[in-house]
Design a protein around this ligand. Structure first.
Ligand SMILES: Nc1ncnc2c1ncn2[C@@H]1O[C@H](COP(=O)(O)OP(=O)(O)OP(=O)(O)O)[C@@H](O)[C@H]1O
Ligand SMILES: [Mg+2]
Length: 242
């Protein structure tokens, strides 16, 4: 299988203080990949760095063999929910429609088909009855699902989801992972920052352990070991994995 992401010697710093460093990564096509590590380990920073949303101190990044700027339409990104300002006055349907902008022509007006696709995505996450609701008037988990719908309608090849299960109940989590599985069967690649170590084996093909640098990376079967968990969550008692 070909690599769709190749990262070499990436270092990211905020105000000149390195946050993650020595990052070498090759990510294969058509996998569901978990990024795990403790709070502040640099998981969100890694994603933002790969997407060039924040500058890097050093390193080379290629996605689909090209610079990120040549791939914009192929990549969808759902930021961590806590980092989004939800107070803007807009409806659930409009938020989802924003995901269609990459497909709109210069007129930038959503067509009937765009709206149908948005409603379809809302249905998939069981939020179709909330289409006209203001986004600020949803619960945390509902907002998270709407953001996922927005990514779905983008019809990208590669998805970066930063803790999509945050604030999500077990039923919604199962629905979302079913959607991710279906996306994988359609050839997509899905990279997920994931907090719940108990469900890594159940839902993911491969896993990246990160804590400032990459501790381990590989297939879940061989890499999701107690040893790697201990190395990553060093000094943290009872990380909740049996
Ligand atoms: N804009 C910023 N300016 C300065 N430091 C930052 C900034 N964003 C993040 N950091 C710091 O970088 C480190 C890594 O943050 P990051 O958000 O990548 O962690 P994370 O692994 O995603 O954590 P969490 O599990 O809490 O989401 C943390 O120490 C954080 O305080
Ligand atoms: Mg984070």
């Amino acid at each position: 299988m070909e690599n769709i992401i190749e990262v070499e010697d990436l270092t990211i710093a905020y105000q000149n203080k390195p946050i993650i460093w020595d990052i070498d990564l090759k990510i294969k096509n058509n996998v569901i990949l978990a990024i795990v590590g403790p709070n502040g380990a640099g998981k969100s920073t890694l994603i933002k760095g790969i997407l060039s949303l924040i500058p890097s101190l050093s390193g080379k990044i290629e996605i689909f063999g090209k610079n990120i700027n040549k791939n914009k339409g192929k990549i969808a990104y759902v930021p961590q929910v806590g980092n989004v300002n939800w107070d803007f006055p807009t409806t659930v349907l409009d938020v989802v429609l924003m995901g269609r902008y990459v497909h709109l022509g210069w007129v930038k007006k959503p067509t009937k088909k765009d709206k149908e696709k948005a409603m379809e995505a809302l249905k998939m996450i069981e939020m179709e009855n909330f289409a006209d609701r203001q986004i600020s008037q949803l619960s945390g988990g509902q907002k998270q699902r709407v953001f996922l719908a927005r990514a779905l309608v983008q019809e990208a090849e590669l998805y970066f989801l930063d803790e999509p299960m945050q604030g999500i109940d077990i039923k919604s989590e199962a629905i979302i992972f079913d959607i991710l599985k279906k996306m994988k069967s359609e050839g997509k690649t899905i990279i997920v920052v994931h907090h719940d170590l108990k469900t890594v084996k159940k839902y993911f093909d491969s896993v990246i352990f990160i804590n400032k640098n990459i501790i381990a990376y590989g297939d879940v079967e061989t890499t999701f070991t107690k040893e790697n968990i201990d190395k990553t969550y060093i000094g943290i008692q009872d990380v909740g994995i049996i």
